[in-house]
Design a protein around this ligand. Structure first.
Ligand code: MV4
Length: 447
């Protein structure tokens, strides 16, 4: 087992990792930018190293500074959390070259799954259901035109280096293809330095359902059921839950098997997520594979009763997987609390938290790094807290969420709490009747 883990991240996830390390008897090193001196992850780690100014590129994204922090503290492993360097193949490689265990995917795995077109080709070969589309990358506009005709409109153009919706265009007829083709390529060239594009049939009103997986270095893999992440806005998830209200026992079994097949096909090591789109007929299709721990791992922990960070560390240290499939026995919902103004197009609202009161009681979990008097810096992600409720049924988890939101006081800044209060009352949400288009028509009311 590792002696000392450096957490190359900030905020709630850094704290989340530190807590598990403490329970495992592993020493911890926090790194922080000058904007994060007062953050809890700095206070709760055994050691802390300042790695630079507020700008991420000169601190949490600076590989040389993080490796230097490992060297001066003698850390034998790095946990990258999510975001920042968690899916950076170069960082994974540099850690390896310096004898530091990267608690995440290998450089080859990150590269293979980061290129969406080749990840999809791998999954087709493995027999995982994928959306009908181009065979690999499109050669030129003529190829795109011909392929779209074969697939039948509507189609979607996707950047192979993409993710988070960048370089993606839905096209409804041939008249609009050329402009979409040019603008999507331009956008992905600017964002990723890569303008490779592929094409798929456009699935209308899908659900985003992902399967948590885990694999060990001996070729074993298991799944830990699904999370429904359909409630999102501009590719930012707002609420996640498990089980998915759209799920059936039969579909879970099929999707779980497909996800395990995907993991085994690439010899996946560590914890990861296989993302699927599920259409109205409950046909499901591989979308992408995430090679990191995700923000929403918490709800899986609650319904499966496993500490996923602990599992991740154990797998990185060479432990074996024994189980095959894990099914939920409870219902969990997570509301992401962001320092944003829901009445103002979710505009970021950094600043000082002047007063703070957390809900508590049975079935409530809060993962956060903030407290009364904490100043939210403007430089990073606006998520400041994750409120999770766990109960026997979906109805009870929603009721509990309403009660918890009502007890949650964060003063001095705007947060997304009022949005969640309204969402929990929404008839369609309560019925589980939602797709990824839900937020496009959801009207936020003044409160
Ligand atoms: C799609 C799709 C419909 N059909 N692919 C969005 C992010 C990127 N990872 C893939 N995405 C989509 N791919 C086909 N063939 C719809 C989306 C999509 C979406 C997916 C998951 C969650 C939210 C979404 C919001 C808009 C579009």
């Amino acid at each position: 087992m590792f002696d000392k883990i450096l957490i190359a991240n900030r905020g709630e996830i850094a704290l989340r990792v530190i807590r598990t390390c403490k329970e495992m008897g592993i020493k911890t090193v926090a790194v922080y930018s000058t904007a994060d001196r007062e953050s809890l992850h700095v206070r709760f780690a055994d050691e802390a190293v300042c790695i630079g100014p507020p700008s991420s590129s000169e601190s949490y994204l600076d590989i040389a500074r993080i490796i230097a922090a490992c060297e001066i503290t003698n850390a034998d492993a790095v946990h990258p959390g999510y975001g920042f360097l968690s899916e950076n193949a170069n960082f994974s490689r540099v850690c390896e070259e310096n004898g530091i265990k990267f608690i995440g995917a290998s450089p080859e795995m990150i590269e293979g799954m980061g290129d969406k077109s080749s990840a999809k080709a791998t999954m087709i070969k493995a027999g995982v259901p994928c959306i009908p589309g181009s065979k690999g990358l499109l050669k030129d506009f003529e190829d795109a035109k011909k392929t779209a005709k074969e697939i039948v409109y509507p189609i979607i153009l996707k950047a192979t280096a993409g993710g988070g919706g960048k370089g993606m265009r839905v096209v409804w007829s041939e008249d609009d293809l050329e402009e979409a083709w040019n603008s999507a390529r331009q956008e992905s060239k600017a964002a990723f330095g890569n303008d490779g594009m592929y094409m798929e049939k456009f699935i209308e009103e899908p659900r985003h359902i992902e399967i948590q997986i885990a694999g060990d270095r001996y070729g074993n893999a298991c799944h830990l059921s699904e999370r429904d992440c359909s409630i999102q806005r501009r590719h930012q998830k707002l609420v996640e839950e498990t089980p998915s209200p759209f799920m059936t026992t039969r579909l879970r079994s099929k999707m779980g098997k497909a996800a395990v097949k995907a993991a085994k096909a690439v010899n996946y090591e560590g914890v990861g997520t296989v993302e699927f789109l599920v259409d109205k007929n409950r046909d499901f299709y591989f979308m992408e594979m995430n090679t990191r721990i995700q923000v929403e791992h918490t709800i899986t922990e609650e319904v499966i009763n496993y500490d996923l960070i602990k599992e991740q560390i154990k797998l990185a240290a060479g432990e074996k997987i024994t189980g095959k499939e894990y099914f939920p026995t409870m219902h969990a919902i997570q509301c992401r609390i962001n320092a944003e103004d829901p009445l103002n197009d979710f505009r970021p609202s950094p600043g000082k938290i002047t007063d703070y009161h957390e809900p508590g009681g049975h079935g409530i979990r809060i993962d956060t790094h903030v407290y009364a008097g904490y100043v939210i810096p403007p430089y990073y992600d606006s998520m400041i807290s994750k409120l999770i409720t766990v109960a026997q049924t979906r109805e009870e988890a929603i009721t509990k969420m309403e009660r918890a939101l009502d007890e949650y006081f964060i003063e001095g800044i705007k947060t997304t709490i009022p949005f969640h209060v309204q969402l929990m009352k929404d008839e369609k949400f309560r019925k589980g009747d939602f797709t990824t288009k839900f937020m496009e028509t959801f009207e936020i009311k003044k409160y």
